[in-house]
Ligand binder design. Structure first.
Ligand code: CU1
Length: 167
């Protein structure tokens, strides 16, 4: 019977040390402040940081889904033209949001894209959408061509990610 107690004691000890605080696997983007650039003289339509450039083309629909099959954007990959917009809609499993990696978008896109994202919580981080049918629209007006990688902050660990390619 002695051996039994030794085993039990070590199990308890292991359990006590085991479940350490899990580190938040931060997909936290390095908070790159938008570069300070002088306001363009003459109020050119060029992308001054913070100035939203409107959608002039097509608006594409992307669903934000969380169900028994997992968390995902549908479609997760999309090819659009500069000047198009993307409308994200909560279909199931909220809260969701849209966050772009500051280092996984074309060079020079941070300021323009940031200006085109309403109600950001942090650089290139859209607000939490809490309810079914909530929508969030991002304009790609004025954004340079290339690939834009994004994710859902609450569900990054569940691989809820997507890619928008601007032609
Ligand atoms: Cu999500």
């Amino acid at each position: 019977m002695k051996g039994y107690w030794v085993v039990m004691a070590s199990v308890v000890a292991a359990a006590a040390c085991g479940g350490g605080g899990e580190k938040a696997s931060s997909g936290a983007t390095t908070a790159a402040a938008p570069p300070v650039t002088p306001a363009p003289a003459g109020g050119a339509a060029a992308a001054a940081p913070g100035a939203a450039v409107p959608i002039t083309g097509k608006t594409w629909d992307v669903k934000m889904v969380g169900d028994a099959a997992g968390y995902r954007f549908e479609p997760a990959t999309l090819t659009i033209s500069s000047g198009d917009g993307v409308k994200f809609t909560v279909v199931s499993g909220p809260p969701h949001n849209v966050t772009f990696w500051t280092d996984s978008i074309p060079g020079g896109a941070v300021a323009t894209l940031g200006g085109n994202m309403p109600q950001t919580m942090a650089p290139l981080t859209g607000p939490m959408l809490l309810n079914l049918n909530d929508t969030y629209v991002v304009s790609f007006g004025g954004t340079p061509p290339g690939t834009y990688h994004f994710y859902c902050t609450p569900h990054l660990a569940f691989n809820m990610k997507g890619t928008i390619t601007v032609k």
